[in-house]
Design a protein around this ligand. Sequence first.
Ligand code: FES
Ligand SMILES: [Fe+2]
Length: 375
Amino acid sequence: MSDTASTPKVDSSAHPGLPGRDYYSPEIYELEKERIFFRNWFCIGREEQIANAGDFLTEEIAGESLLATRTREGELRAFYNVCSHRGTKLCERPSGHVSRQFVCPYHAWSYGLDGRLLKMPNVRDESSIDREKHGLKPVAIESWDGMLFVNLAQDPRPLRDQLAIEPGEPLSWGRYRVGELRVAHRIVYEVRANWKILHDNFNECLHCPSVHPGLAKIVPIYRTGQVVDDERTDGGVTLGEGMNTFTASGTTALPELPGLSEIDRCSYFGYSTLPNVLMNLLSTGAMSYTLYPRAADHTSVVSEYLYRPEVIASDGFDCSDMVKFLDQVSIEDWSVCEKVQQGIQSRGYERGIYPQEDGILHDFAERYLAERGPA
Ligand code: FES
Ligand SMILES: [Fe+2]
């Protein structure tokens, strides 16, 4: 084999970015709803939130309220959170438990955990209404690695088929057993920036030396602005000498996850999925960001700190060192993302430029355009 055949080609050229309006135009945001948010598998929380029959959660995907629950048979179900009678929003609470039915607050029609229409109080001729046709409208729901994903498409491809084509290869991190981890801490941020700005920010590190001095102390390669280590073939970056996690010191009293390799134990890995999961994997646990686009210029971000259940249950469990560190990193990120949102709306801004170090962002932009289609 020749040298050129064995050396992976690095695309060293710069590429133009997306036009500024793709980040602030309400019309583009409407297109994204139909072609991206409602067509792809969208994470709406963690399976542990609806562990038992009758547990439920409600969540919004770009203005569409959804209700997810678990049946007595243990199956996951999701529906539009809308009563079939006259369209009232069925369930207001973000989460909770019902024994066997959801009752509409307007005329008290009730629906089973499987969405079937059960009762229509005071309707005398019930036979005039076909119960089969007037249950809650279902949407596809699947779980993977402890995350709940819904898909509003009519006939969506299986969740795993989507995950299999994600460039960050989410299916390749099984050894971290994220599905077994549980949420020990949750922080919700309201970020005045477009969801794609958050994706871009997550996938590059040219900003790390200037924005994250604390993080650059823990990950030496981040001091050079590189988001991936070209010396490694596994996509990971190596933490500083003797470090194994993201805290101010790079260490913690918490135990490492079982089953990781020597190299995993001193590494950080991250991946993202289109449209709304950004995942951080460390030897002591994981931290996920789930993005909820609210408007073209507003994204809610739920960050969840995940650890093994037996670690959370152990005496004196304390993850505040990791939370404090990553909360600081998060705030640093959101602050610059909001500045991007402000600047990108200027008449003086047309589109940006991706140097080679922003290669993941260029790939994301290409994929985004292919999915979204022409404006
Ligand atoms: S709108 Fe729900 S019962 Fe009438
Ligand atoms: Fe950052």
